[in-house]
Every structure is written in C-alpha cells, then in structure tokens.
Design a binder for this molecule. Structure first.
Ligand code: GYE
Length: 359
C-alpha cells in the first residue's frame, strides 16, 4: 500500500515535470513569435489617403511620402488612391481603421464632409494628419496637424504679378479667364479668391469668366476651347495648375492663336501654379507660360517630424506652411508685394530646369 502510494506520487511528479517542460517550451515558442511580432509592430504603420493622380504635383506629393516613410526608416506606408472622389477616401480611412494603422494621413479632395469618418478615427485612437488642402470642421480635435501651402497667398501673388506686368507694359486693360481647379478644394478656393481680390481692387483687370477644369490637362483643353469660341477678347488665362496650363496652351494653339506675353499683339498670356516638373519650367523659359506661382509638394519630411514629435509626446506645430517662388519668363517684373511683404521673382534658367523632375 505504502509502496503503491510512493509509485503514484512519483508518476504524478514525473507528469508534472513533463508538463512543466512542455509549458516552458510553449512559452519559448510564444516568446519567439512575440519578439517576431514585436519586430513587425516596431514599424510605424501609416495609412495615406491620397486625392488621386490628377496632376504632376499630385504624383510628386505621393512620391514624397513614399520616399520618406520607407521600411529602412522604420515605417510601413499604405497608400490608397481616391481617384478624386471623396467617397473613395472615406472608404480608405475606414479600411485604415480596421487595419489598426498607427497614423492616418489625409490629403482631402474637398474641404467639407469629413466629420463622421474622422470621428470614427478619433474613437479608434488613431491620430490624423491633414496634408495639402484643408478640411472645414467645427471640431478642431479631429486632426492633430496640417501641412501645406497658403493657396490664397499664392493666388494674390500671381494676381499682383499680372497687375504689375500690365503696368510695366503700359497695357491699360486686360480680360482674364480663370480656369479653376475642382470646386471646393482649398487650392481652388484660395487661388480663385486671390485673383478675385486683385481684380476687384484693380480696374485694369476684368475677370470675364471662371470655369472648373478639375486640375487636369484634358478638361482644361475642353474648357478653354469652349471659352475661346464664346469670347474673342481673352487676354490672360489664369490656370489653377500647370496641367491645366498645358491643356489651355493646346486649346490656344488649336484655335490658331499664340500663348505668350505679347498681349498688345493678340497673344494670350498664361499664368499658372505648381512648377514641379521640367516641362512646366521649359514652357516658362519659352514664354508659353509667363509666370508660375510655385507650390511645393514635398510634404513627407514635415509630416515625418510631426509624427516623430507625437511619438515622443512632444508638442506639434498645428499648421506648417511650405513656401514657393514666383517663376517667371523674363524680368519685366522684378518683385511684387502682398500685404506689405516683398516677393522677388525668379527668371527660369537651365539650372532651375535641371533641378526639377521629369514628367
Ligand atoms: O496645385 C494641383 C493638384 O492641392 C496643391 O492639386 C494641390 C493642387 C495642385 O492637383 O496640381
């Protein structure tokens, strides 16, 4: 009896020992997979909802994010192309929430209509950084920071440049058409507002028509073709981005006219925004585009410093502005001023063209 008890105690002890061994083996395995997943989770996962690929500026903006948030830098970047539709961007943000990304970057196609989905991101505890265009919301807690350009200032700079140019050339009056971006986008709202303000305060500049061309070359060509049949006295085409300028130049040439600054002799002067690629700068050099208010698309590094500050629990800059030059064909206007601030112009040369990317 006693001997039997000793044997059963020994059997239990052996079983417990074996169980202990296998548990510690399990633990090792778990520890192994944990450290593996720690490796993965060490990467900061970012969901970037991009507007689309409507322009060269946009492609450069996407590239800036890709170049910044690399695996070598400790990031995993998921890019979703919204194809210029807000509904696609809302779907992308919901997908990022499901994927439990660490941060969301949103380049919003238009300003309004983001509250519901951004509330969802906030409830999921995912910080949102807005880039490029702004959002219009009452609830400032829906995003932690914004990075982009002052589009109204860009518009006023381009408008003042036109005004100065007309004065320098002794042109008493000019009719202007505004080829707008997609309506409701901050870049459109600001650039349209900038020109409107300058026209309202200067009698030598009349805005005879404004029409949206969605920041694309094809649509701008159509819009300008229509305007040229409707108006025989267009002197200046104010295009809200370079791709629109390319389409507008095509329409001007197809109508048997010339794109250029010699307004007195019937040329139609083209003014534009962005200045991101060689093609646009070459057009400035040749005079087909007279002036470009440059818009910097390289938001990646600024967004990265914002994210790094957030990670370190440091205060972040809520609004970070990037600046751009006034790129011009010649030195007819050497500087302009907006709100008492002087901006000198930059005549485009080979070195500048070299410094830009190819389309
Ligand atoms: O100028 C245009 C793009 O929002 C600044 O959008 C951006 C504008 C840019 O499609 O080319």
């Amino acid at each position: 009896m006693k001997k039997g008890r000793i044997i059963s105690i020994m059997i239990v002890a052996i079983l417990l020992l074996l169980a202990g061994c296998s548990r510690s083996a399990d633990r090792e395995m778990i520890a192994g997979s944990e450290s593996q997943s720690e490796g993965v989770s060490q990467k900061t996962v970012i969901g970037f909802s991009q507007v689309g690929a409507e322009s060269d500026w946009r492609s450069a903006n996407t590239q800036s994010m890709k170049d910044t948030f690399t695996s070598e830098n400790g990031y995993e970047l998921i890019v979703e192309d919204g194809q210029q539709k807000q509904s696609n961007q809302i779907m992308a943000i919901r997908k990022f929430i499901q994927q439990e990304v660490d941060y969301i970057i949103l380049a919003p196609v238009v300003e309004t209509g983001w509250d519901t989905v951004l509330h969802e991101a906030k409830s999921a505890g995912i910080p949102v950084i807005i880039v490029d265009r702004m959002i219009d919301t009452e609830d400032q807690s829906l995003y932690v920071a914004w990075v982009g350009s002052d589009f109204e200032l860009e518009g006023r700079k381009a408008g003042e440049w036109i005004n100065q140019f007309l004065q320098e050339k002794n042109i008493a009056h000019a009719n202007i058409v505004d080829i707008q971006g997609n309506l409701g986008a901050t870049a459109q709202i600001g650039r349209t507002a900038g020109l409107t303000q300058v026209c309202e305060t200067n009698e030598n500049m009349t805005l005879i028509a404004s029409e949206a061309a969605d920041f694309t070359q094809a649509r701008a060509r159509e819009v300008m073709t229509g305007l040229l049949t409707q108006y025989s006295d267009i002197n200046i085409a104010y295009c809200e981005n370079d791709n629109e300028a390319f389409g507008v130049i095509e329409a001007i040439e197809a109508a048997g006219k010339t794109a250029g600054g010699d307004i007195a002799n019937g040329e139609i002067m083209v003014v534009s925004f962005d200045g991101v690629n060689k093609e646009a700068l070459k057009d400035v050099q040749s005079g087909k585009i007279a002036c470009i208010a440059e818009c910097n698309p390289n938001h990646g590094p600024l967004v990265k410093s914002t994210i790094e500050a957030l990670k370190a629990d440091e205060a972040v800059e809520r609004f970070s502005y990037v600046e751009g030059a006034l790129l011009v064909h010649d030195n007819t206007v050497s500087s302009i001023s907006v709100d008492g601030v002087e901006y000198t112009t930059t005549v485009v040369d080979e070195a500048q063209i070299e410094g830009k990317q190819s389309n």
